[in-house]
Design a binder for this molecule. Structure first.
Ligand SMILES: [Zn+2]
Length: 233
């Protein structure tokens, strides 16, 4: 890690595919730091790489034999880490409605839901459904746009076309929703930095057992904090 930061090895390298070529992001945007944010190889953006670094620290070898489902078509996790991997794109034809998930309780060990919750009318139902299908040894990986950027959630009660069809923009007070909608579920907040753009962002991890909770906290140390809900110890 250290040598990547020094001398000639300073050229940014995508932690997902190893690529060193980058391009403009959605709608031609640049990163906040002014550099190109999208990897030309795997098409990852800042948030995908921040989360990939987090998963690398967790140790993907733990996922061998896990059953996984992901509701967002992005390169954050490697499907090969898991025993089985299902991709269901919310709002795409045939995609599962995460407000009523047609799967049995504890059907998956890993449930990935990144940049989907803001597209959902009933996020209380969605959060409870995501937890319902997650087995005790697993966790939900939840990501929402810029989770720590805004103070207060703005919810307009319908999918706003000029806001990419989002029903709301979550603020840091999303903790109040977690407290109200999933009061018994610990929500861990991870914060990290994208090695390509330097942008800091984060994600949430919702462990379903004390063992998984302890494993996440052990591995991520000071970069993870209990954001809402009770500690599982
Ligand atoms: Zn890449």
């Amino acid at each position: 890690m250290q040598e990547e930061m020094t001398g000639a090895a300073r050229q940014p390298r995508c932690p997902i595919c190893g690529g060193t070529t980058f391009e403009p992001g959605p709608r031609g945007r640049m990163a906040l730091s002014g550099v190109l944010p999208r990897c030309a190889g795997c098409k990852s953006l800042e948030r995908h790489r921040v989360a990939r670094v987090m998963f690398d620290r967790l140790g993907p070898e733990r996922f061998a034999g896990w059953s996984a489902i992901q509701f967002s078509p992005d390169p954050t996790v490697d499907p090969a880490w898991f025993g089985s991997f299902e991709l269901s794109v919310y709002s795409a034809p045939g995609g599962i409605d995460i407000q009523i998930i047609d799967r049995s309780d504890c059907a998956y060990d890993y449930v990935g839901c990144s940049h989907v919750l803001e597209h959902v009318g009933d996020d209380r139902a969605a959060l409870n459904e995501l937890l319902r299908i997650t087995a005790p040894r697993g966790f939900v990986y939840l990501n929402i746009p810029d989770p720590f950027a805004e103070e207060v959630t703005r919810d307009w009660g319908f999918p706003k076309p000029e806001k990419h069809g989002h029903w709301r923009v979550y603020g840091r007070d999303v903790t109040l929703r977690f407290d109200r909608y999933i009061p018994l579920q610990p929500v861990l907040a991870y914060r990290g930095t994208d090695p390509v753009t330097g942008e800091a962002t984060g994600a949430f991890l919702l462990p379903r057992s004390a063992e998984t909770y302890r494993w996440i906290v052990d591995r991520l140390g000071r970069d993870v904090e209990l954001f809402s809900g009770p500690p599982l110890v």
